[in-house]
Design a binder for this molecule. Structure first.
Ligand SMILES: [Zn+2]
Length: 150
Protein backbone atom coordinates (compact mmCIF):
# COMPACT_ATOMS: atom_id res chain seq x y z
CA UNK A 1 0.00 0.00 0.00
CA UNK A 2 1.26 3.47 -0.85
CA UNK A 3 1.81 6.07 1.84
CA UNK A 4 0.03 9.41 1.52
CA UNK A 5 3.43 10.90 0.71
CA UNK A 6 3.76 8.53 -2.22
CA UNK A 7 0.17 9.20 -3.31
CA UNK A 8 0.97 12.93 -3.57
CA UNK A 9 4.50 12.19 -4.81
CA UNK A 10 6.20 14.31 -2.15
CA UNK A 11 8.90 13.70 0.45
CA UNK A 12 8.10 13.12 4.11
CA UNK A 13 9.61 16.52 4.90
CA UNK A 14 7.42 18.40 2.40
CA UNK A 15 6.17 21.80 3.56
CA UNK A 16 2.48 22.73 3.65
CA UNK A 17 3.05 24.72 0.47
CA UNK A 18 4.56 21.66 -1.28
CA UNK A 19 1.60 19.58 -0.13
CA UNK A 20 -0.91 22.08 -1.52
CA UNK A 21 0.92 22.26 -4.86
CA UNK A 22 1.15 18.48 -5.13
CA UNK A 23 -2.52 18.13 -4.24
CA UNK A 24 -3.60 20.57 -6.96
CA UNK A 25 -1.35 18.89 -9.51
CA UNK A 26 -2.77 15.45 -8.67
CA UNK A 27 -6.34 16.72 -8.94
CA UNK A 28 -5.60 18.28 -12.32
CA UNK A 29 -4.19 14.98 -13.57
CA UNK A 30 -6.97 12.76 -12.29
CA UNK A 31 -10.24 14.64 -11.77
CA UNK A 32 -12.82 14.26 -14.58
CA UNK A 33 -13.95 17.88 -13.93
CA UNK A 34 -10.41 19.19 -14.43
CA UNK A 35 -9.19 17.29 -17.45
CA UNK A 36 -10.85 15.53 -20.40
CA UNK A 37 -8.34 12.69 -19.98
CA UNK A 38 -8.24 11.82 -16.26
CA UNK A 39 -5.49 9.28 -15.58
CA UNK A 40 -6.83 7.61 -12.43
CA UNK A 41 -10.17 9.10 -11.38
CA UNK A 42 -10.57 6.29 -8.82
CA UNK A 43 -7.61 7.79 -6.93
CA UNK A 44 -9.45 11.03 -6.14
CA UNK A 45 -10.79 9.94 -2.71
CA UNK A 46 -7.28 8.79 -1.68
CA UNK A 47 -5.71 12.00 -2.94
CA UNK A 48 -8.25 14.05 -0.97
CA UNK A 49 -7.74 11.94 2.16
CA UNK A 50 -3.94 12.24 1.80
CA UNK A 51 -4.26 16.00 1.51
CA UNK A 52 -6.67 16.35 4.44
CA UNK A 53 -4.34 14.31 6.64
CA UNK A 54 -0.98 15.80 5.67
CA UNK A 55 -2.18 19.42 5.63
CA UNK A 56 -3.28 19.14 9.29
CA UNK A 57 -0.20 19.17 11.54
CA UNK A 58 -1.79 17.06 14.29
CA UNK A 59 -3.14 14.46 11.90
CA UNK A 60 0.16 14.45 10.00
CA UNK A 61 2.11 13.69 13.20
CA UNK A 62 -0.31 10.87 14.02
CA UNK A 63 -0.01 9.52 10.51
CA UNK A 64 3.81 9.66 10.67
CA UNK A 65 3.78 7.61 13.90
CA UNK A 66 1.42 5.11 12.29
CA UNK A 67 3.84 4.64 9.40
CA UNK A 68 6.54 4.11 11.99
CA UNK A 69 4.48 1.56 13.92
CA UNK A 70 3.89 -0.36 10.70
CA UNK A 71 7.64 -0.51 10.21
CA UNK A 72 8.16 -1.70 13.77
CA UNK A 73 5.59 -4.44 13.15
CA UNK A 74 7.82 -5.68 10.37
CA UNK A 75 10.78 -5.96 12.72
CA UNK A 76 12.48 -2.87 11.37
CA UNK A 77 12.62 -4.39 7.92
CA UNK A 78 11.83 -1.08 6.41
CA UNK A 79 11.50 -0.27 2.74
CA UNK A 80 11.84 3.44 3.33
CA UNK A 81 8.32 4.11 2.07
CA UNK A 82 7.51 7.69 2.95
CA UNK A 83 10.75 8.22 4.85
CA UNK A 84 13.55 10.42 3.56
CA UNK A 85 16.93 8.74 3.30
CA UNK A 86 20.06 10.12 4.94
CA UNK A 87 23.63 8.91 5.38
CA UNK A 88 25.51 8.74 8.66
CA UNK A 89 27.80 11.35 7.04
CA UNK A 90 24.94 13.82 7.53
CA UNK A 91 25.38 13.40 11.29
CA UNK A 92 27.97 14.96 13.60
CA UNK A 93 29.81 12.61 15.95
CA UNK A 94 30.01 13.87 19.52
CA UNK A 95 30.64 12.04 22.81
CA UNK A 96 29.76 8.63 21.43
CA UNK A 97 26.60 9.84 19.71
CA UNK A 98 25.68 10.82 16.18
CA UNK A 99 23.67 14.05 16.09
CA UNK A 100 21.73 15.75 13.35
CA UNK A 101 19.40 18.74 13.18
CA UNK A 102 15.85 18.01 12.04
CA UNK A 103 15.18 18.66 8.32
CA UNK A 104 11.52 19.51 9.07
CA UNK A 105 11.37 21.56 12.28
CA UNK A 106 15.08 22.49 12.13
CA UNK A 107 15.47 21.80 15.83
CA UNK A 108 19.19 21.58 16.59
CA UNK A 109 20.58 18.04 17.09
CA UNK A 110 17.13 16.55 17.73
CA UNK A 111 17.99 13.42 15.72
CA UNK A 112 20.20 11.19 17.88
CA UNK A 113 21.78 7.81 17.12
CA UNK A 114 23.92 6.03 19.70
CA UNK A 115 26.55 3.36 19.02
CA UNK A 116 24.10 0.89 20.53
CA UNK A 117 21.36 1.96 18.08
CA UNK A 118 23.76 1.33 15.21
CA UNK A 119 24.42 -2.21 16.42
CA UNK A 120 20.71 -2.90 15.95
CA UNK A 121 20.28 -1.71 12.37
CA UNK A 122 18.69 -3.81 9.65
CA UNK A 123 21.22 -5.22 7.15
CA UNK A 124 20.47 -4.29 3.52
CA UNK A 125 21.52 -6.17 0.38
CA UNK A 126 24.71 -4.13 -0.08
CA UNK A 127 26.87 -4.70 3.03
CA UNK A 128 25.14 -1.71 4.60
CA UNK A 129 22.60 -1.19 7.35
CA UNK A 130 19.38 0.78 7.67
CA UNK A 131 18.03 2.37 10.79
CA UNK A 132 15.27 4.86 11.42
CA UNK A 133 15.49 7.72 13.87
CA UNK A 134 12.89 10.13 15.19
CA UNK A 135 13.14 13.87 15.84
CA UNK A 136 12.66 14.43 19.57
CA UNK A 137 11.03 17.77 18.81
CA UNK A 138 8.48 17.27 15.99
CA UNK A 139 8.34 13.42 15.79
CA UNK A 140 9.53 13.26 12.18
CA UNK A 141 11.12 9.91 11.26
CA UNK A 142 13.98 9.61 8.79
CA UNK A 143 15.85 6.60 7.46
CA UNK A 144 19.63 6.44 7.79
CA UNK A 145 21.90 4.20 5.76
CA UNK A 146 25.35 3.35 7.10
CA UNK A 147 28.22 0.91 6.71
CA UNK A 148 30.15 -0.87 9.39
CA UNK A 149 33.37 0.99 10.08
CA UNK A 150 36.43 -1.10 9.26
ZN1 LIG B 1 11.80 17.90 13.99
Amino acid sequence: MKTYYEVLNISSTASLEDIKKAYKAKLLENHPDKTPTPQNPQLIPIIVEAYNTLSDLTRRDEYDSNIQNDHKGKGFNIDGGGLDLYSLDDFTYENGMFLKSCPRCEHSNSMILTEEDLENGTPDDNDGFDIIVQCSSCSLWIQVKYYESA
